[in-house]
Write a protein that binds this ligand. Structure first.
Ligand SMILES: Cc1cc2nc3c(=O)[nH]c(=O)nc-3n(C[C@H](O)[C@H](O)[C@H](O)COP(=O)(O)O)c2cc1C
Ligand code: SF4
Length: 671
C-alpha cells in the first residue's frame, strides 16, 4: 500500500548543518541499561530502529571523560579508542540503513557521584549528588579549561567513530544545565549574570563546531522552561536569543522529567507543546522535540504549525522501531503504540537491559536474535490451543499465528485482553488497552488463528480438543488473605473481615467505606485502587510498610505524582505501617519499625499484597498432555513480563531445548 499523501511532509529530508536527515523521524537520545557494558546488544537494537525508517538514531547519554560516570547506571562512553570502536559498531549498523547517527556527549557534574571511578565529581559549586552522601568539588578556572578540552577530544573521538550529529547535553540537571542555572552564583565570568552562565555552553558549541563541524552537526539539548531549580521562565528565552543560530539543531525538552517522559496515567501525547512552541520563533535552526508521538496526524500538525521540524521520539521508537516504515507503507493502523507505562525507563534505572511492554523484542535483538517484525516460519504442522487472552495469551497466539501455526485462542470472558482490559478501566490507564488493541488488529489479519470468547474450558474439554500443544495463559488472582512480602502467612482474622481484592474492585464490587487498603505490592495497583475508591466518594486509608506510596513507581518516574494525587484527593496515607490483624469491622495497625499498635475502624479492607497463579489446569494435565503455563499463570509480574513470556513461547515452539545459557552474553575480556 502507498503512504497516505497527508503524511508526505513527514518524509521530507531535513538539513542539519553539514548533514541531511532522510526524513523527520528522529530517535532522541535514550538509555538502554546496556551502555558501555554491552556494545553489541546496543548496536543491534539501534540498527533495528534505523531499519525501521528512523532518519536519525541517537545513543544514550555518553560520558566524555573518565572523571564522570553515572554508576550504577550504564551510560555509553567515549573515553578512549576502545570506546571509539564500540561506538563505531552502532554507527556502522545505523548507517547501513540510511539513518544518521547522533551521540549525546555528557558530563554528569555534581549530580553524579562517580561511584565507579571514585573521583571527586566536579560542579560549578559544591553541592550534593542526586542521591547519597557525596558532594562535588567546585571547579576552578583550570578545571573549566580542562573540561572544554575533554569535550573537544570526545567530539573528535565521536567523529572518528563516524557520528553525524554531536550533542551538547545542557538539561536534565547535569553539568551544563548547572552552569545555566540561576543557582550558579560563581563570582567569575562563568556564574552570576545570565550572560556569564551561558558562557560555557556558548564556548563549547563554538569549540565543538571548530573541531568537528566540517562533518558533524552540533546539536544542543535544552530545556524550554529553564533548569529544574526554580529557573525564571523568561530566562531560557533570553539564553536561546544569545545562542540562537550557533548550534545546527535544537533538541528541546522541559525541566520536569515526569512531564517530559510522563507516564500516560498523568501525561498525554504532545504535552510539551505549550511550553516549547516559542522556540522556533527564536532560531533559524531546525528544532526537534518530544511528546510520546504515536499519531501521524499529531506529527503532521506539529510540523505544519511550525512547532517542530523533526519528530523526536524515545518511547514510540522503543515500542515500535518500525513506526516510520509503517506510515511510509500506508499501514499506520499497524503501529504498536507506546502505552506510556515507563517500564523501559524502570529497567534502565535498574541498570538492566531495556525492555518494553508493547515490544517484547526490545533488548533481545542480539542476545536472542529477535526482530520486532520478522519471526521464523513454523517448522511443523502442530496445532496449538492457547487458553486465556490476556497479554501473554494474546501475544502467544499472535506470534504463533504470524509463524503460520494453526492456533485456537479460548477466552473465558466475553472480551479479549484479560488484565489489560480490566486495568485499563482504572483512572488514567485507558492507553494501556493498546496492548490488547494492537494484538487484536494483528490477529484479525491472521486466518489461521481462531478466537472463541466466553469459552471457559475444563480439563476434560481440553483433552477432548486434542491440540498438539496447549499454552495456559489464565493469569493470576490477587490474594485475599494478605500474604505477600510482609506477611508470609495469612493475616490473623482475615476470614472474618470484609475483604476485597483489586480483582473485585475492577469487577465492579460495591465496597463499603471506610476502606482500609493494604499495599504490600508497592507498584501502581495499591495507589490506583485507592484513587478509584476515593473518587467514588469513599473514605480511604492506604496502609503501606514503605515510607512512600507506590514506592516502586519511583522507577517509572511517577511516584511523586501518585503521592501528590492521593494527598490532593484526601486519601489518608499511613506509611511505615502494616495491618497486623483484622476483625469484623476493625483492624489493628502496627508500626513497621516499632511494636506500637492501634485499632482503627474498617468497614472493608482491600488487599493489594500478592497474586496466586491460576494454574490448576496445568497441575491437572501436566502428566497427560503437552501443556505449558505462560505469563502471570507461570509467574505473576508486569504486563511486560507476560507479553515477553507469550512471545517467547511462540518463538520457541518446535525449537530444540537450549544447551546451557539460553541467550548470547557479552563477556568482559579475561586478561
Ligand atoms: C528509557 C529512557 C531512557 C532515557 N534516557 C535519556 C538519555 O540518556 N538522555 C536524554 O537526554 N534523555 C533520555 N530520555 C528522555 C528521552 O530522550 C525523551 O526526552 C523522553 O522520553 C520523552 O520523549 P518520548 O515521549 O518520545 O519518550 C530517556 C527516556 C527513556 C524512556
Ligand atoms: S515500556 Fe511502556 S512506556 Fe516504554 S516504550 Fe514500551 S510501552 Fe512505551
Amino acid at each position: 500500500m502507498a503512504r497516505d499523501p497527508r503524511y508526505d511532509v513527514l518524509f521530507e529530508p531535513v538539513r542539519i548543518g553539514p548533514v541531511t536527515a532522510r526524513n523527520r523521524f528522529y530517535q532522541v537520545p535514550h538509555c538502554t541499561g546496556m551502555g558501555y557494558r554491552m556494545p553489541q546488544t546496543l548496536a543491534a537494537m539501534r540498527e533495528v530502529k534505523a531499519e525501521g525508517g528512523w532518519g536519525v538514531v541517537c545513543t544514550e547519554y555518553c560520558s566524555i571523560h573518565a572523571s564522570s560516570d553515572d554508576s550504577p547506571q550504564a551510560t555509553a562512553s567515549l573515553w578512549d579508542e576502545e570506546d571509539v570502536r564500540a561506538q563505531a559498531l552502532m554507527v556502522e549498523k545505523t548507517h547501513r540503513h540510511g539513518a544518521l547517527a547522533g551521540v549525546e556527549l555528557w558530563y554528569g557534574g555534581g549530580v553524579s557521584a562517580n561511584l565507579y571511578s571514585r573521583e571527586a565529581s566536579l560542579g560549578p559549586w559544591s553541592h550534593p549528588a542526586a542521591e547519597g552522601p557525596e558532594q562535588c568539588r567546585a571547579m576552578d578556572k583550570a578545571d573549566i579549561r580542562a573540561l572544554r578540552g575533554w569535550y573537544v577530544e570526545a567530539a573528535e573521538r565521536a567523529q572518528r567513530a563516524g557520528f553525524d550529529i554531536v550533542y551538547l547535553y545542557a538539561c536534565h540537571e547535569y553539568m551544563l544545565s548547572q552552569f545555566l542555572s540561576p543557582a550558579n552564583r560563581r563570582s567569575d565570568e562563568y556564574g552570576g549574570s545570565l550572560e556569564n552562565r551561558v558562557r560555557l555552553l556558548c564556548e563549547l558549541i563554538e569549540e565543538t563546531k571548530q573541531a568537528v563541524g566540517d562533518t558533524c552537526a552540533v546539536a544542543v539539548r535544552f530545556s524550554a522552561d529553564g533548569p529544574d531549580d526554580g529557573g525564571d521562565s523568561e530566562e531560557p528565552q533570553a539564553m536561546l536569543e544569545i545562542l540562537a543560530d550557533l548550534p545546527d539543531l535544537w533538541d528541546i525538552v522541559v525541566a520536569d522529567y515526569s512531564l517530559e517522559m510522563g507516564a500516560s496515567r498523568f501525561v498525554k501525547e504532545a504535552a510539551l507543546e505549550e511550553t516549547m512552541a516559542w522556540v522556533k520563533q527564536t532560531t533559524q535552526k531546525p528544532v526537534v522535540s518530544v511528546g510520546r508521538f504515536t499519531s501521524p496526524d499529531t506529527m503532521v500538525r506539529q510540523v505544519k504549525a511550525g512547532i517542530v521540524d523533526l519528530i523526536g521520539a524515545a518511547r514510540p521508537s522503543i515500542a515500535d522501531p518500525f513506526l516510520p516504515a509503517k506510515i511510509e507503507a500506508g499501514r499506520p493502523e499497524d503501529i504498536r503504540e507506546c502505552i506510556g507505562c515507563n517500564i523501559c525507563y524502570a529497567s534502565d534505572s535498574l541498570g538492566v537491559p531495556i525492555r518494553c511492554t508493547q515490544n517484547p523484542s526490545m533488548g533481545e535483538e542480539w542476545r536472542r536474535g529477535w526482530h520486532p517484525e520478522r519471526i521464523p516460519e513454523k517448522t511443523s504442522d502442530r496445532t496449538v490451543l492457547v487458553i486465556g487472552a490476556g497479554p501473554a495469551g494474546l501475544e502467544a497466539a499472535r506470534a504463533l499465528g504470524q509463524r503460520g501455526y494453526s492456533v485456537t485462542l479460548a477466552e473465558a470472558r466475553r472480551e479479549l485482553g484479560g488484565r489489560v482490559s480490566r486495568e485499563s478501566t482504572l483512572p488514567g490507564l485507558a492507553e494501556w488497552a493498546r496492548v490488547r488493541d494492537w494484538r487484536m488488529t494483528q490477529l484479525n489479519q491472521l486466518p489461521n488463528v481462531e478466537i472463541h470468547l466466553a469459552s471457559e474450558l475444563d480439563s476434560e474439554q481440553i483433552l477432548e480438543f486434542a491440540a498438539d500443544r496447549v499454552a495456559l495463559a489464565t493469569g493470576a488472582a490477587w490474594r485475599r488473605n494478605g500474604t505477600g512480602r510482609w506477611h508470609k502467612t495469612p493475616i490473623a482474622g482475615w476470614e472474618s473481615a470484609n475483604v476485597f481484592t483489586p480483582d473485585d474492585v475492577m469487577d465492579g464490587a460495591v465496597v463499603p467505606g471506610p476502606v482500609l487498603l493494604f499495599d504490600d505490592d508497592h507498584y501502581y495497583m495499591g495507589g490506583i485502587v485507592a484513587e478509584r475508591l476515593r473518587r467514588a466518594g469513599l473514605e480511604v486509608t492506604l496502609v503501606t510498610p514503605d515510607g512512600n506510596v507506590s514506592a516502586w513507581t519511583r522507577l517509572t518516574d511517577e511516584q511523586w505524582r501518585i503521592q501528590a494525587r492521593l494527598i490532593e484527593l484526601g486519601v489518608r496515607l499511613e506509611t511505615g505501617t502494616v495491618i497486623e490483624s483484622l476483625g469484623v469491622d476493625e483492624a489493628v495497625l502496627a508500626c513497621a519499625y516499632t511494636d506500637r499498635t492501634r485499632e482503627v475502624e474498617a468497614a472493608s479492607v482491600v488487599m493489594v499484597t500478592s497474586r496466586a497463579p491460576r494454574d490448576a489446569l496445568y497441575r491437572e494435565l501436566a502428566e497427560h498432555i503437552d501443556i505449558v503455563p505462560i505469563g502471570d499463570c507461570l509467574a505473576p509480574g508486569t504486563i511486560a513480563s507476560a507479553v515477553h513470556s507469550g512471545h517467547r513461547y511462540a518463538r520457541e515452539m518446535d525449537a530444540a531445548p537450549p544447551d546451557g545459557v539460553p541467550f548470547r552474553r557479552e563477556h568482559a575480556l579475561a586478561p
